[in-house]
Design a protein around this ligand. Sequence first.
Ligand code: 1OR
Length: 301
Amino acid sequence: SVSAESLKPSADTYDNWTPPFHEKTPDQISRLKRAIEGNFLFSHLDDEQSNQILGALVEKPIPAKDIKVISQGDAGDYFYVVEKGSFDVHVNSTGTIGPGPEGMGTKVGNIEAGGSFGELALMYNAPRAATIVSAESNCTLWALDRVTFRRILMESTFARRRMYESFLEEVPLLSSLTPYERSKIADALETQKFAPGAVIIKEGDPGYSFYLLEDGTADAYKGDTSNKVLQYKKGDFFGELALLNDAPRAASVVATTDVKVATLGKNAFQRLLGPVEGILRRTKYQGVKAGVEEMDPLHRD
Ligand code: 1OR
């Protein structure tokens, strides 16, 4: 049969590029598989792409603390996945980047095992946006070269990031986040479609996902369809309560048109939406009852 793969006009159909292949021991292969399984950056690859990535990654042991893996301002060469240990992210906003530790600027974050870094310079052909140093001894990284990153990950995984970035910029809930924080959310989103009348969330069910309405409109009901409590339009969110409170779904949400939603699983929701938890917890439901509109992100118009 003709597979979707062979119909895809990927660049390597037309030239002789093949990804580098670095032989690995069985131990390396099993560690590597463990490091990237469950990482959504790799979950949208087909088998061939996965194998190409597994072959192209190179192990990079980082024996000591405070080793600089990436220096802000440099050109991008590799993308890194963290298998073991953790790394600090420093950003120097003065623009004067010295060679010593004093030139690293402020610590703005930390990347742990299972995380990754170094994609921005490769995606946008930009200088490194931050300095990355090991935060402990005995860390293990896996490095993917620039060309393989662009040929394989940017055609799949990071195409999704770019597709979602413009939508997420327009979501009021996420407006206080940095573009980089929104990018991480984009990587974790899954698209789902519903026909008019379809039940997206059923009251009383356990909650596993959070929803952003990407296209169309939906209504929330409590009890039965005569008791409509909220209307949602593009850019609105729902499904947060069950995840925040570890409670059953408090209402049903039904599509009123063709609907496209972008969903986040519970883990990603907790990890990535921490900075906006306050906004999520603001009781829009009480606000609706009391007719208080100011603090309600769903009724800001
Ligand atoms: P890169 O290729 O620019 C440095 O090399 C990497 O640090 C970068 O890709 C990201 O993978 C990673 N801002 C910019 N880059 C960051 C950030 C970040 N965090 C990790 N990286 N911010 C921190 C957000 C918590 C925003 C700071 C204003």
